[in-house]
Design a protein around this ligand. Structure first.
Ligand code: KIV
Length: 295
């Protein structure tokens, strides 16, 4: 399928046209290619790379260097989807100057097309400075994982009237400051729906119900990579963790028993026999080996 490049204005327009926006995390080149070919509109290089891929306890230790590294890998897939990079903890909180310099690294060094920052009114100065540098910003409110210590854990937001009022105010403030969309994470469905109606920019929900303009999931969760992680907001579309384990167990058993590699996986002196067996015109081409003349 030949799709047109998805840009920030395209994402904004999707709200008015009523087309739901699909967002998934991607942290590497092959995954970015697969998700892009499957038709996802935004590839989010989330700082969830910290706990999902790098083995950290939470997202707080993730560095700008790590995020730039992973974002660059995703951007090298040259996706049709918009590439959004998460700004990690303490890369934007200290000052607007530091925030815009770090945001600039994502665009210049990693080829991101937008950045995402967690927080509402408290971070408006940073958001404004980044947007003034022509770097599009996606907001992120609700259960913001970088605030895990303030929240005392990962807690669903918007359960009471005070929390609802603060979330709506935060969303409006982010829109007024120029964000092109806002992630609503871990928010009651009722409040997420009210926020979505209150702003003119698209809301992208995760654990925020069906009333948002789009949905985002961590791709590893959707694919069922971790048997033990089963929060309510995730729908598992596959059980890849189990399938990978089964495949690797098979490989281990076949190597131990001598069943792998079989004749069809081997190179021999008899090229004609190899060709007949594999149906390939030049067996060496399959691994990119140049023909060795005279051998
Ligand atoms: O880091 C991340 O993956 C995110 C999404 C889950 C919204 O911020």
């Amino acid at each position: 399928m030949n799709r047109k490049k998805i840009t920030v204005p395209c994402i904004r327009k999707m709200k008015s046209s009523g087309e739901k926006i699909t967002v998934l995390t991607a942290y590497d080149y092959p995954t970015a290619r697969l998700l892009d070919r499957a038709g996802v509109e935004i590839l989010l290089v989330g700082d969830s790379v910290g706990n999902v891929v790098l083995g950290y306890e939470n997202t707080l230790p993730v560095t700008v260097a790590e995020m730039v590294h992973h974002t660059a890998a995703v951007a090298r897939a040259k996706p049709t989807a918009l590439v959004v990079a998460d700004m990690p903890f303490m890369s934007y909180q200290a000052s607007p100057e530091e925030a815009v310099r770090n945001a600039g690294r994502f665009v210049k060094e990693a080829r991101a097309e937008a950045v995402k920052l967690e927080g509402g009114k408290r971070i408006l100065r940073m958001v404004e400075t980044i947007i003034r540098a022509d770097i599009p910003v996606m907001g992120h409110i609700g259960l913001t994982p970088q605030s895990v210590h303030r929240m005392g854990g990962y807690r669903v937001q918007g359960r009471g009237p005070k929390s609802e009022k603060r979330l709506i105010e935060d969303a409006r403030a982010l829109e007024e400051t120029g964000c092109f969309s806002i992630v609503l994470e871990g928010i009651t469905s009722e409040v997420a729906e009210k926020i979505t109606a209150a702003v003119g920019i698209p809301t992208i929900g995760i654990g925020a119900g069906p009333g948002c303009d789009g949905q985002v999931l961590v791709v590893h969760d959707l694919l069922g990579m971790d048997d033990e992680f089963r929060p309510r907001f995730v729908k598992r579309y596959d059980e890849l963790g189990k399938r990978i384990r089964d495949a690797v167990e098979c490989y281990v058993a076949e190597v131990k028993s001598g069943r792998f590699p079989g004749p069809e996986h081997c190179y021999t002196r008899d090229r004609e026999a190899e060709k007949r067996r594999s149906g390939e015109t030049d067996p060496d081409k399959s691994i990119g080996v140049e023909e060795e003349r005279g051998c």
